[in-house]
Design a protein around this ligand. Structure first.
Ligand SMILES: [Fe+2]
Length: 127
């Protein structure tokens, strides 16, 4: 079966695996909201998504640091923007708005920033 991951592969296993977990969390949250699950369940999933974002961005940032990736500062700024936005869920934006934004953001971010990072790491023998 073709998954979202196939369309957005950056050819680095740990990053691709983490992106897949990320997409799964988004799908779980979407279906929980669609099926009218309770507020507790929804907020638990949002919390999980926030925590996973921290882990995932941390992994990429560690790789960028370790391999002296020249665009690491600009890439980290992109992560900072998303991290800050996620903190606004429940105050500035609703969970539904956040999901729409996040789905869109992650696709654009992977297609540009993560793909460039993947190519850089591939050139250094990381895949
Ligand atoms: Fe990234």
């Amino acid at each position: 079966m073709r998954t979202e991951q196939d369309d957005v592969s950056v050819n680095v296993l740990i990053i691709d695996d983490q992106h897949e977990v990320f997409f799964q969390l988004i799908r779980r949250l979407e279906s929980a909201m669609k099926n009218g699950r309770g507020a507790l369940m929804i907020s638990a999933l949002i919390e999980e998504l926030k925590q996973y974002t921290v882990i995932h961005f941390g992994t990429e940032e560690l790789l960028m640091q370790s391999y002296e990736y020249p665009l690491r500062d600009s890439h980290r700024v992109e992560h900072d923007k998303a991290r800050a936005r996620l903190q606004e869920v429940g105050t500035e934006i609703t969970a539904i708005e956040m999901l729409d934004e996040l789905r869109d953001w992650i696709r654009r971010h992977i297609a540009k920033w993560d793909l460039m990072l993947g190519e850089y790491l591939n050139d250094r023998g990381i895949d």
